[in-house]
Design a protein around this ligand. Sequence first.
Ligand SMILES: O=C[C@H](O)COP(=O)(O)O
Length: 250
Amino acid sequence: MLLISPDSVDEALDCAKAAEHLDIVDVKKPDEGSLGANFPWIIREIRDAVPADKPVSATVGDVPYKPGTVAQAALGAAVSGATYIKVGLYGCTTPDQAIDVMRGVVRAVKDYRPDAFVVASGYADAHRIGCVNPLALPDIARRSGSDAAMLDTAIKDGTRLFDHVPPDVCAEFVRLAHEADLLAALAGSVKAGDLGELTRIGTDIVGVRGAVCEGGDRNAGRIQPELVAAFRAEMDRHAREYAATVATAS
Ligand SMILES: O=C[C@H](O)COP(=O)(O)O
């Protein structure tokens, strides 16, 4: 699945123009951090702007180790219309802290909306910010009752997912997530050139912003519907080629 992250209602309208090429519209506020949370009314307006059959995701923020605060924020995102709730476990330094936070989120969100989908996100560049190890995420997600484990980059300085977590370690992340019956989501300045590896290792959700913004600039550039379409075409091409390789080998 392709998840695209607009930061405003205007950009969400551009995503709506490319709706047939994407699977999830992910509301965030990049100037508040990699998984910065946007306002509830923006989530609601974006929910109203994109086709009803496209799920809207919302990031709850690069959160501190404050389980009550985060659970309440997660409920706010769900009440505002998001059905995918993404939490960046920025302030959690141990798996136990991360599980604490995610258990609160899962309960808050699923008591309100049992079919909502909760994503526990860590950071590929965790070593730069001192939070939980990327490979701990699948177990954190499983033990907290989350539905997916995700990695993004915390520091958007041009370094990318594979600069911090090489493809073979991402493959292990995906394997651990699947072993725990979770979806595996990967992001972090992902480019079209990364899609071959991401497909080969079985990634379920690829999250992008910069690659589909004009000039590849996630901050100054705006999401371009034709770049979303081109990115999707590359994803589909890799999926077809990989399926053909597997079929030939078996
Ligand atoms: O969830 C996906 C992120 O917004 C990825 O953004 P990026 O591709 O600019 O790193």
